[in-house]
Write a protein that binds this ligand. Structure first.
Ligand code: PLP
Length: 370
């Protein structure tokens, strides 16, 4: 079976070396030396400051909401955050879970990121924040979003789970917003088995978040505010340090697969329009078919050939009942119905070998049938 993605396993020898150190020190969690080392290494690699490692990408979002105070009610009513329906469920469910009402605005049909005019139209007196997603690593219209946020005094938290290492106009995309969050889940480009991080714009927000991930403790017997447990542990950090060492060759291998797909399929299928001045990370290869019927047909054919393609992102979140949305988002609904992410991972074999050719052939056949 060819899965849609595969976790990357780094050098076992190197991981063993880090684990030996953990055994020697007997320091397993609570801001240990490997967590500190990974924090420094990631800040350096990504070109950012104020990075905080946490347990996973969903808690990264939740800690960011709390550190920036957007969960506090407005006039005794739940705060609202404007977000996109075209994302993984965690972006919106984390808001709802924290008592913030997700308000969905529709996406741009080409970039699949939030359309700024739709954000502005969704603002109410109860809106506290905008939570856009750099979907599949594409950059949102950060300048326009910044403008709207300043004008209406809103916080911006980017769910940048897909944007590890992405550069925009020569700088890390993670520098935009009051905070940007990352997921280091096993299936992501860079991972720590489970894990995540928040990049804060301001040092004081980082300091507040540091207490929040450790039960609100400001010292052994001083509880300064309400907190939760969202600490990364030493074993997670060890995995991260190993994966980070192999990033360059991994990115090169992914780029090769991605560019091959683009060359063969780019002319016949709709691909995501990337924002200008983007230095992309080749994390996903989504394609959009002409109709939902065609999409389902391709899924079935690929499945017969032992290939898994994923309807990602489907369904469009404004239609998910437990999120309680009241809006309709026709662009997101349309793209969601027709999109598929094709397999991309380290070790997937290129065209001269069989694997990618097997993925592409049933898709090319669609065109011949027309
Ligand atoms: C993976 C992902 C998350 C959740 O991250 P976890 O580390 O799995 O908790 C949130 N948002 C987006 C867009 C994601 O892709």
């Amino acid at each position: 079976m060819i899965p849609v993605t595969k976790p990357y396993l780094p050098s076992r020898e190197k991981l063993n070396h880090y684990i030996d150190g953990i055994y020697e020190r007997n320091w397993l969690t609570n801001n240990g030396p490997l967590v500190q080392e990974l924090t420094r290494r990631l800040e350096d690699y990504l070109g950012v400051e104020n990075l905080l490692l946490v347990t996973n990408g969903t808690l990264a979002l939740q800690i960011a909401y709390h550190a920036l105070g957007i969960n506090e009610p407005v006039n005794d009513q739940p705060a609202q955050a404007i977000t996109t329906p075209f994302t993984f469920i965690a972006t919106a469910s984390s808001l709802k879970w924290d008592g913030i009402t997700p308000v969905f605005a529709d996406i741009d049909p080409q970039t699949w990121c939030l359309e700024p005019n739709n954000i502005e139209a969704a603002i109410t007196p109860n809106t506290r924040a905008i939570v856009p997603v750099h979907v599949f690593g594409n950059a949102c219209d950060v300048e326009a979003i910044d403008c709207i946020a300043q004008k209406h005094k809103l916080k911006v938290i980017y769910d940048a789970s897909h944007a590890f290492g992405v550069q925009y106009k020569g700088e890390s995309l993670l520098k935009h917003g009051d905070a940007a969050t990352l997921s280091f889940h096993a299936t992501k480009l860079f991972h720590t088995v489970e894990g995540g991080a928040i990049v804060f714009k301001r040092k004081e927000d980082l300091e507040r978040a540091k207490k929040m991930i450790n039960f609100g403790l400001a010292g052994p017997d001083r509880i300064e505010e309400l907190g939760i447990n969202a600490k990364m542990n030493e074993l997670q950090a060890a995995m991260g340090l190993c994966v980070l060492d192999e990033m360059e060759q991994n990115l090169a291998a992914r780029a090769k697969i991605w560019l091959h797909y683009e060359e063969v399929l780019g002319k016949m299928l709709q691909l995501q329009a990337k924002s200008q001045s983007l230095d992309y990370n080749y994390a996903y290869f989504p394609v959009v078919f002409e109709s939902e019927e065609q999409t389902l047909q391709v899924i079935a054919t690929l499945k017969e050939n032992g290939i898994q393609a994923r309807r990602y992102f489907y369904p469009s979140l404004e239609s998910v009942e437990c999120l309680g949305a009241e809006t309709s988002c026709s662009v997101s609904k349309d793209i969601s119905g027709r999109i598929l992410c094709l397999p991309i991972y380290i070790g997937l074999k290129l065209s001269e070998q069989k694997e990618i050719a097997n993925i592409i052939r049933p898709i090319l056949k669609l065109r011949d049938n027309e």
